[in-house]
Design a protein around this ligand. Structure first.
Ligand SMILES: [Zn+2]
Length: 243
């Protein structure tokens, strides 16, 4: 079962690797406005009604308790796939939501942020992509502001591969805790992958509080990515955001 899950999620989340996947980008002809037209398999990018990212405003107060996360070491491989810097994770980190266990499969970064909070954009947003045993996906998003250096980014940024699509092993074990704010209260809503094929039905959990990275660390991200990698905001279409 786990193997099946790994394979299907890999196909979904790292589809940029597949040679049959049409070329998409963040600007030009392959840019976000055209994603839905590049391939039938990308149609949801255009026709979907519950797309991500969104501007998080007017949340409904459901008094959600803070998230319970069990932090471990969870880096295995790092790759710059031309769309993002992506870290594949082991099976060590998980959280419970809706009586379901979601296991961290990979995390990656967007600069500037994709989601906004009350219209505010952030210099960096991390997406921690989790999957349940039956293939449901939950993304935990964390916003970064510039300030003190983030110690959990250092082992990643020190190992950045120079070439695109070359995986490097993360041979150092480090704790992911500094990538999350102390206070784990969050906004929750339904959304999609923010990259083709823009699949819907994802549970989005966006942390209300931010963490920091240094200006120098942000610069390293920007140089590695060479371009902004944030999809434009998508309409809410009646979705409810709870907190
Ligand atoms: Zn993302």
């Amino acid at each position: 079962m786990k193997r099946l899950l790994t394979v299907s999620l890999f196909a979904l989340s790292v589809s940029a690797f597949a040679e049959s996947t049409p070329h998409w980008a963040y600007e030009g002809k392959g840019g976000p406005d055209n994603w839905g037209k590049l391939s039938d398999t990308f149609a949801t990018c255009k026709t979907g009604k519950y797309q991500s990212p969104i501007d998080i405003r007017h949340p409904f107060d459901a008094t959600l308790p803070p998230l319970t996360l069990d932090f471990h070491t969870a880096a295995e491989k790092l790759v710059n796939n031309g769309h993002t810097l992506l870290v594949t994770a082991g099976d060590e980190d998980e959280f419970r939501l809706d009586d379901t266990t979601f296991i961290l499969r990979q995390y990656h970064f967007h600069t500037p942020s994709e989601n906004r909070i009350n219209g505010k954009s952030f210099p960096l947003e991390a997406h921690f992509v989790h999957a349940s045993e039956n293939g449901d996906i939950a993304v935990l998003a964390v916003m970064f502001e510039t300030g003190p250096e983030n110690s959990a980014l250092t082992p990643l940024l020190e190992r950045l591969p120079k070439e695109k699509n070359r995986e490097v092993s993360i041979d150092k074990r480090f704790n992911l805790r500094p990538l999350f704010p102390d206070d784990l209260h969050y906004y929750r809503f339904s959304g999609s992958l923010t990259t083709p094929p823009c699949t819907e039905g994802l549970r989005w959990i966006v942390m209300k509080n931010t963490v920091t990275l240094s200006e120098k660390q942000l610069e390293t991200f920007k140089q590695a990515l060479e371009h902004s990698n944030n999809r434009p905001l998508q309409p809410l279409n009646g979705r409810v955001i709870v907190q």
